[in-house]
Write a protein that binds this ligand. Structure first.
Ligand code: ADP
Ligand code: MG
Length: 666
């Protein structure tokens, strides 16, 4: 099933078809802004801080961000006089496959009229940090140029907005400088490694016109067939203003170095933390006062060089080296930042509390119990679901962010149970299949027998009638009398078989009546049975409601067949037990003997017409076939259990007839 994609207004979206639900994005989302629903990991736009971790970690490429290439191409084609590319200071780590002048030449060829460095804005920002720290109004301050961190604080720690340094990011500072220098009407496109800048841009609609990631810029170059080889490596580089130490901003602690502030492990006056797992505890400790520092520098990625909009071909350390080498080579030029001291560095911060409610301990315990976690040791905290602990997972379920199926041990347990259930159903299916084969066999034999019986019935009647007439007309002493008598007897036996066959083929209609079954059994069935003395007959009535709708004449035949078989199975004598039991919907009649038992290989043949193990002339092999037909017409079933091995205990057979209490009409 494909999930509905995330609302188009969210910058990062899930591509439903590609999501394989590995929970990696859930695990790596610092804001827990990914909801697993209908088997898909969807971004919740109002909780998302656009850090882009999910984009970076998803191997299936099931997370994508809004494509700004078309919008940028429109700007480049527009009649605006100045189209300014402001390029993030991490560019040396991305475009290591070309010289800086080649990159700038490609930007110009694309249609940009100016190419400037955001590192210059970083210089302005660093200088402002330096000033604020030197003024030291006390109380501590969070320094960050990372829009994901700003959004995180606005959404999850809005009380901490007051601690955010009142300084905009280098991107915004650079854009303001560009507007100042190249005119208010100029179009500004930021190019960097960061997806969150697309979100930050929305706060500064007058300053920034588009945000391209490095990945998008490479795509734009490819779209218009630009490659570095087409340009000389010695052309002019970036347009002024030229940056200073702001070039180090994209490296962890780069802001501190640019502002000439040292992370001081002894005094803890300045503390820096980076990475998706580091910044949240740092903010929490800072908010509770546990982390007493004058300046806390935070970055969501491990330095902007590792942003999710950058390619990942080279290692973190190599990227770091490329940025610092570029800074070292170009630091000779003095920054022009003094000239822009009038530029406003005011930021835009807006509280936007989206914190989920905290469920009660009881609610959490209930959710855990549903996942089979009733004891503390059941809480494995394995992290497979993407949450750090089973309790965090339960809280997310209660807030509609997660599903219990994300718990691997719980799913494995359920799978094991389903497997066991499946093997039981398989066995039942096999039994049902066997029963169906037997029923089919019986049905076709029934048809055949009915046809034959019907044809034979009339001539047989004539034979019997005429033979009886002849028998009556000849004296008992005559020579032919005995022969004639044998003919009549055998014709009568044939008549019996034919009527049995017709019964078996369901030629008779069933006439249901409300009957007191135990009474019927003892009065009509058992009393008329002729049995040798050595057979002890018992009747057990364990029923609660004796009434059921049956055809008594046909049921007499059933009981007679079963009882006669039981007696014949005990030539040496034994106990014969007839029993009655019931449930609200069914009645159960049992016939149990202590006879020879039925071998396993005969069990699925005994209901076949003409199957008999008795001597010729003794058995017709029709008793059970007829019984089966009658029980089926009552919409009932027959169960047989038998033991023919004395080593396994008392031999004997138990037939149970199960019939619905209320008749079902055909
Ligand atoms: P018949 O009694 O004419 O042989 P049935 O259809 O009544 O035909 O029974 C078929 C066969 O099933 C019998 O020949 C016998 O082998 C077996 N059978 C039926 N009932 C029992 C029983 N109670 N104990 C042992 N075998 C039985
Ligand atoms: Mg029989």
């Amino acid at each position: 099933m494909t999930c509905p994609e995330t609302k188009p207004d969210s910058i990062i979206q899930t591509v439903g078809d590609l999501c394989k639900l590995c929970y990696t994005c859930v695990r790596d989302c610092p804001a827990k802004a990914i909801r697993v629903m209908n088997g898909q990991a969807q971004i919740i736009p109002e909780r998302c801080i656009t850090c882009g971790n999910c984009v970076r970690v998803c191997r299936q490429k099931a997370k994508r961000y809004t494509d700004s290439v078309p919008e940028t191409l429109d700007i480049l084609k527009s009649p605006a006089k100045e189209k300014v590319a402001i390029v993030a200071p991490s560019f040396p780590a991305e475009f290591h496959d070309m010289k800086t002048p080649q990159l700038v030449a490609m930007l110009r060829k694309s249609g940009f009229t100016k190419a400037c460095q955001v590192a210059y804005g970083a210089d302005l920002v660093a200088r402002e940090y330096q000033r604020l720290v030197s003024e030291d109004k006390g109380g501590g301050m969070i320094a960050t140029s990372c829009p994901a961190i700003v959004t995180y604080i606005e959404k999850y720690q809005p009380e901490m907005i007051k601690s955010l340094a009142p300084i905009c990011s280098p991107m915004v500072a650079s854009a303001r400088v560009a507007k100042e220098r190249f005119g208010k009407e100029s179009k500004i496109v930021f190019i960097g490694p960061c997806i969150a800048k697309k979100n930050e841009m929305l706060r500064y609609p007058d300053e920034i016109d588009s945000v391209l990631t490095f990945e998008e810029l490479r795509r734009l170059f490819a779209d218009i067939s630009l490659a570095p080889e087409q340009f000389a490596a010695s052309t002019d580089g970036f347009d002024p203003p030229h940056p200073g130490l702001g070039m180090l901003f994209p490296i962890s602690r780069g802001l501190l170095q640019a502002a000439d502030l040292k992370e001081d492990l002894l005094s803890q006056n300045v503390v820096a933390s980076d990475g998706k797992h580091g910044f949240i505890p740092a903010i929490e400790e800072f908010s509770t006062g546990d982390l007493q520092t004058r300046l806390l520098e935070l970055l969501c990625c491990k330095g902007c060089i590792n942003g999710p909009g950058a390619s990942n071909e080279i290692s973190q350390y190599k990227k770091r080296k490329l940025v610092s080498s570029y800074a070292a080579e170009n630091i000779g030029r003095k920054s022009d930042s003094d000239k822009d001291s009038r530029i406003s560095l005011a930021p835009q911060y807006h509280p936007d509390d989206v914190r989920a409610k905290k469920p009660s301990g009881k609610e959490i315990t209930e959710v855990l119990a549903k996942m089979g976690k009733t004891r503390t040791e059941d809480e494995l905290d394995c992290g497979a679901c993407g949450y750090p602990s089973c309790r965090d997972h339960a809280v997310a379920i209660l807030n509609g962010l997660a599903e219990s199926e994300m718990c691997l041990p719980y799913v494995i347990e359920r799978l094991k149970k389903s497997l066991a259930d499946l093997s039981v159903s398989n066995k039942q299916l096999e039994k049902a299949k066997q029963a169906l084969i037997n029923a089919e066999k019986l049905a076709s034999m029934g048809q055949l027998s009915a046809g034959i019986a019907h044809e034979i019935n009339n001539p047989l009647g004539i034979i019997l009638l005429n033979a009886s007439l002849v028998l009556e007309s000849i004296p008992e002493k005559s020579e032919n009398y005995e022969d004639m008598k044998l003919i009549v007897e055998q014709a009568e036996q044939c008549k019996k078989i034919v009527s049995g066959l017709l019964n078996f083929a369901r030629k008779n209609k069933v006439l249901f009546q409300q009957i007191n079954v135990p009474e019927f059994l003892s009065e009509r069935c058992l009393k008329t049975i002729i049995r040798p003395d050595k057979i002890k007959l018992d009747f057990e009535n364990n029923g609660s409601d004796p009434f059921a709708e049956i055809d008594p004449d046909q049921m007499v035949q059933v009981m007679t067949n079963l009882i006669v078989n039981a007696i014949e199975a005990m030539p040496g004598g034994g106990k014969l037990l007839v029993s009655f039991k019931d449930s609200p919907g069914e009645i159960r009649i049992g016939v149990k003997d202590e006879g020879s038992g039925i071998p396993k290989e005969h069990l699925n043949k005994i209901f076949e017409p003409f199957f008999t193990t008795k001597q010729i002339g003794k058995g017709t092999g029709l008793g059970l076939a007829v019984t089966y037909g009658i029980v089926k017409m009552h919409h009932g079933r027959i169960e047989v259990s038998s033991n023919c091995n004395p080593a396994k205990g008392q031999t004997g057979t138990q037939f149970t007839i199960i019939i619905p209490r209320k008749a079902k009409q055909y």
